[in-house]
Unconditional design. Structure first.
Length: 125
């Protein structure tokens, strides 16, 4: 049996502001935006090439806006990813190199923390 992580809730204080950030600045595709009721709105966004999406909205989670830290995206070229984020207006950190990969960090308007990682290909044999 496969167990696939395909949706992660990200708590935000202003759904429209967060949607604009993730779609216009971070480059995520907007998959759904449904206002179910006055208390429930569901917005699903997917990073380019990802099998996992995020959900933002109203009434989705009890977590405090900005409380999610350590969300991680993996790319083949962290320098190009950083350049794209900066070009789109995201306040992305400089590239930081560690023994386990190279990283760029950024936050959404509520302070939810993201890492963009480039890892070296696995050695086979």
């Amino acid at each position: 049996m496969d167990w696939k992580l395909e949706l992660v809730a990200i708590p935000v204080s202003d759904v429209d502001r967060a949607k604009a950030f993730y779609a216009d600045q971070a480059g995520f595709a907007v998959d759904h935006d449904h206002q179910v009721s006055d208390d429930l709105r569901f917005v699903q966004l997917t990073p380019p090439g990802s099998g996992c999406s995020i959900a933002i909205g109203a009434g989705l989670t009890e977590a405090a806006p900005g409380s999610v830290k350590g969300m991680q995206l993996v790319v083949s070229d962290v320098e190009a990813a950083r350049a794209e984020l900066v070009q789109r207006g995201v306040d992305a950190s400089e590239v930081q190199d560690f023994p386990w990969g190279s990283f760029v960090f950024f936050q959404d308007p509520d302070g939810n923390g993201w890492a963009v990682q480039q890892i070296e290909p696995r050695q086979t044999g």
